[in-house]
Ligand binder design. Structure first.
Ligand SMILES: [Fe+2]
Ligand SMILES: [Fe+2]
Length: 222
């Protein structure tokens, strides 16, 4: 089931649902990425570590958009086919935008809380990881799109569980109001617990969209 941002959703129920389900069985590339992140940033869930996750989260969508634009260049003589590709581009862009709000809100939170970050670890290295991940996503997509969707589904599943766990292990977030410049863009939530549950739910939606694409590719629809 896919929820839109403006629908009324019981976020606590969604959190319980995520936490009651096992994680996906992650592939080699996704596991390698998670181990690398744990090595650089530790296993503990922190605002800063989630920011790194969000810098990386956007890039598969950018890679797919890039490949899709190349495909449009080769297919615009067949407008109906090109239109389908363009619909795909729009969907990728909206997921990318959603990840962008996550990143901006997390950055706002770390600044508000006065969290100090090492420049190399939190500004430079994430860009290198994202650069590498972009090319892996791009290459997998060119070889076989469902390989790239599967990697993204693993990534999003991990993000979904991490955010829901983060809300669970920080009960003090229940009484910490969500104060943000981005409420009009992203949504208004009473407290940080609900904010992180909502972000976790977004990640689940991203995962489900990638899984739906794998199914569609299997039947030759995309
Ligand atoms: Fe995200
Ligand atoms: Fe996501």
């Amino acid at each position: 089931m896919i929820f839109m941002q403006n629908e009324t959703v019981d976020l606590r129920d969604e959190q319980i649902r995520t936490l009651s389900l096992p994680r996906r069985r992650y592939g080699v590339l996704a596991s390698l990425l998670f181990v690398t992140m744990d090595l650089f940033y530790g296993r503990k869930r922190t605002f800063s570590k989630f920011k790194v996750l969000e810098v990386i989260a956007r890039v598969p969508y950018q890679a797919w958009e890039h490949v899709a634009y190349i495909a449009m260049t080769h297919t615009y003589a067949a407008p109906n086919f090109a239109r389908r590709i363009f619909e795909f581009i729009k969907e990728s862009r909206s997921q990318q935008d959603n990840e962008q709000w996550h990143l901006l809100i997390l950055e706002e939170l770390t600044q508000r809380k006065g969290i100090k970050e090492n420049f190399l670890l939190y500004r430079i290295i994430p860009q290198f990881i994202a650069f590498f991940y972009y090319h892996v996503s791009w290459l997998l997509y060119v070889i076989k799109p469902s390989h790239s969707y599967r990697l993204n589904a693993d990534f999003e599943d991990h993000a979904e569980h991490e955010y829901m766990e983060f809300a669970r292990e920080n009960p003090q977030f229940d009484t910490e109001p969500f104060v943000s410049e981005f409420k009009a863009d992203y949504g208004n939530y009473d407290n940080l617990s609900d904010l992180f549950r909502r972000i976790g739910l977004d990640e689940r939606i991203h995962k489900e969209e990638s899984l739906a694409r794998i199914e569609a590719a299997r039947f030759g629809l995309k």
